[in-house]
Design a protein around this ligand. Sequence first.
Ligand SMILES: [Zn+2]
Ligand SMILES: [Zn+2]
Length: 790
Amino acid sequence: MADKNQYNPVETEEKIRKFWEKNQTYKFNPDSKKQVYSIDTPPPYASAGHLHVGHALHYTQFEIIARIKRMLGFNVYFAPGYDDNGLPTEKYVEEKLGINKAKTNRTEFRKLCLEESEKVEKVYTEKVFKKLGHSYDWDLLYQTISPESQKVSQTAFLQLVKKGECYRAKEPCIWCPKHETALAQAEVEDLERTTKLNYIEFGNKKEEKVVIATTRPEFLASCVGIFVNPDDKRYKNLIGKEIEIPLFNYQVKVMEDNEVDPEFGTGIMMVCTFGDNADIEKYKKYKLDLKIMMDEKGILNELGGKYKGMNLKEAREGILEDLEKQGRLKKQEELQQTVGSCWRCNTPVEYIVTDQWFINTLKHKKELLQRGKEVNWYPKFMRTRYENWVKNLGWDWAISRQRYYGIPIPVWYCKDCNETIFPEEKELPIDPMETKKNCPKCNKPATPEDDVFDTWMTSSNSPEVALRWLEKPEQYKKLAPMSLRPQSHDIIRTWAFYTILKSHLLFNRIPWKDVAIGTFILDPKGHGMSKSKGNAVWADDLIEKYGVDVFRYWVGNANLGNDLPFNEQELVAGKKFITKLWNATRFVFMNLEDYKNKKPEKLEAIDQYLLIKTKQLVEQAKEHYEKYNISNAKKISEDFFWHNFCDNYLEIVKKRIYNNKPGKESAQYALHTSLLAILKLFAPIMPFITEEIYQTYYKNNKEEQDSIHLTEFQEIDTKENKQILDAGDLFLKTLSKIRQAKSNSKKPMNSEITLTLPKEDQTILKEMLEDLKDVSVATEIKEGKFKVEF
Ligand SMILES: [Zn+2]
Ligand SMILES: [Zn+2]
């Protein structure tokens, strides 16, 4: 049979959840006089599956910050969001409804996505966020697929176009031949591979025969330049000459450039449009010809001659074979190389020239580095990641994607006069595929853009979406920039970077004051967790076994920006802690039955000592909390609770209370006050048990706030007092020596002793001697060298 005095997390947590919901405990109050603290929280994709501990920790870690800030006296703006404007949603909707998005009109499909997402998100809200005790204001919920979010990203686009920061150009761009779409630099990942470096003989006449080493012979048909280093004596006489390209028989001029590495291959560089990034640099620097030899699928066109119709791999094989036949393939070497690949399909990227929309980034590098410095990064070293990314940027941000589904780019083009037609901001959101527009110049129907935005185009405006930039401009003006962006480290180069960029270009300021980078959870052996590896630990299993507070106790150990291996022992420790908190509280309140709930005129010295120590603890914990050092605040509070409060203080005042001795009210006051202060320090981390204790014991006892989570960290009405601090420290040191002596003599702690203490100690301890006698069960205190006699 369950002990009714035992804490039952499942029942209690459910009851408390309902209480918060009914009372709208976490509702944002726009009329409050308090300073606002706003969080640009990461919107998750709501899936029907399980949540592993890493994800549950991620969101909970940031939720703890919201609770901390409330208790530090801020009016917290904490809007939940769902990221449903992406591939996973599309796939889900296609599968569930058995439709093909390519055969559904885009507006209709987006509507279906919105409806289906809403259903899944409702379940997710209940099963994940509310379950975990998250304190969002659900009335502020947003979705990245909603018409309002579309309006935000389209408005931002139009404004950037007006400012001249967004342009359309036929430019080389990074291309995934498999997805057939442009990619941004941030979507490209390094791929290590072994390839062959081919030494190929160029030129026909004897005097112009040279060997050039290339990893991409398939690009021979688009060679537009040959470069040598001007300091390379071997090739001085080549500069300015024309050399014939093998198999394709056309002439290309040899030029000089300092950046050509004489040590690589034969020291001669072939530039094609485009085999790699270096080709694009030379193409731009020397305004070389453009020879496009493949289409958007990576298939060779007319320029490819006899290789027309082949894909790049086939063309490569054919070309090498033919070169070999002609005796022009002189040598092949293995080469380790790093190439860019599409982050989604791992296909090595190509570079093609198409019409794309871009946002200026390269010319703002310096300002973006400056903006990075204006933001406070937690932990600090994460700023370096941002800076390295900005410094290494080689491309403007390509924001158009050749995908079917997404937020439409709101433009039309006139084929006759080349006019680009934009809608008015008040027409947004708009899908040009669904709206006809005529060219204002020739009055003929214009062609709608069918590309959509990169999804980061919306995510990079999450502060605007969360704060209702267009719906509530007054509120936005008041609350922006936001206080905090919490996020994970792997999207610094995308989410953090693009948000800073957009804010800089649109509003000429930073988007938020602080960035906090979450903890990355590893399995007990130190490996990343994933469903596919089979090493994931599921949050719901743990919650069922231990309760939410215990799970959150573990989250409280995480340090921002660090890795944390999962260890179930920490949850066992959490369970022990919660049991102790519950039992200690019950014990305290058994002794407070006749408590009058007011500060007595005179406080006993040891009670004052406890209050001063508690006050110091609260100050220190607040300092840690202000800097998002959750684990440090938790650690010092926990140590204080176990040792100072339970092991020492509760034992010290027991007799004074039991035996109705003078100073009973003083002890009751100190217990009541100190325990409430401790509870509040734990409240952001373990919101359920602290609320239960507050509701059961404190609220009816004149505490004014409805919920512990609406209170601020406890102010303790006491002053620092060196004399009392010295005396209290000596008291505890002496008590520890007495306990040690009892334990060494194998005596129980309640065994009676005769205590001998030096005169100077007795002078310092003057006002605490009675309590010392009580707690050490000393019948008498003699004067002399420290001694414990039985
Ligand atoms: Zn791809
Ligand atoms: Zn026109």
